[in-house]
Ligand binder design. Structure first.
Ligand code: SF4
Length: 235
């Protein structure tokens, strides 16, 4: 996760401001925010999410959501999927190209590895809930900005409330930092069991990272075995 627009790169910052201005014009707003840090205040009015009565209602709201700039370039938003009573919830960072095309989470190469990781602990994809921190694809697969994570946070919280999993498995820094509200590296957050609102939180590496760094698979396997042990303890 990166802390908002790149203020060290004037050219990029100007581009982002122009993008923000166009977005606000779409919403009938005619001014730039006083500072780039104020982007959250620039979100459209009425963007507060509410409690949803079902997973289907939540998915509909996600598909229609326009609450941050990521809505502009997406092909489609990608709600989480899986049983509404899953014990286990895997949480990635955001949709990539394939997910944006298909409207489903973790269906590209990283998703195929995630499927194998789930199977390695004798479960199937159909038995777990899989979602992302942000539901729309960041352009060029960049990390989501902090204000985008915050705009989408209540959707993730609603998924957790409705599914009520006992074990959360954030995949990679963005998801682990979002849930723990820290800036710690994934290497500092994995390898132990943390608490998230009386649920177990067992972070591990994102499958995309594992594809680029196969040497980290051994540590990921240790994390997955920990997930399986805790899962068995809940049966
Ligand atoms: S990323 Fe989240 S908050 Fe932003 S438009 Fe998509 S669903 Fe809405």
């Amino acid at each position: 996760m990166v802390p908002g627009p790149d203020q060290t790169n004037p050219g990029r910052l100007v581009g982002q401001l122009q993008e923000l201005l166009e977005f606000q014009k779409d919403w009938g707003r005619q001014f730039l925010p006083k500072s780039v840090k104020n982007q959250e205040a620039a979100l459209p009015k009425g963007s507060l999410h509410r409690p949803y009565e079902s997973g289907a209602a939540l998915s509909r709201a996600i598909v229609e959501c326009q609450n941050c700039l990521l809505a502009r370039n997406r092909r489609q938003a990608v709600p989480g999927e899986g049983p509404q009573n899953s014990i286990l919830m895997f949480i990635g960072e955001g949709p990539g190209f394939e997910e944006d095309q298909q409207g489903r989470p973790f269906v590209g190469p990283a998703g195929q590895l995630l499927t194998k990781m789930i199977q390695a602990i004798n479960l199937t994809r159909e038995e777990v809930y899989i979602t992302n921190v942000v539901k729309c694809r960041p352009p060029e697969n960049r990390d989501p900005f902090e204000n985008e994570v915050e705009a989408c946070r209540s959707f993730l919280e609603e998924e957790i409330r409705l599914v009520d999993p006992r074990i959360l498995v954030p995949l990679g820094s963005c998801a682990a930092q979002t849930l723990t509200r820290t800036k710690k590296k994934i290497s500092d957050l994995r390898g132990r069991i943390l608490d998230f609102k009386n649920r177990q939180l067992i972070a591990t590496y994102h499958p995309a990272y594992l594809l680029r760094n196969p040497g980290a698979k051994r540590e990921a396997w240790e994390d997955l075995k920990r997930v399986r042990r805790e899962y068995d303890g809940l049966q």
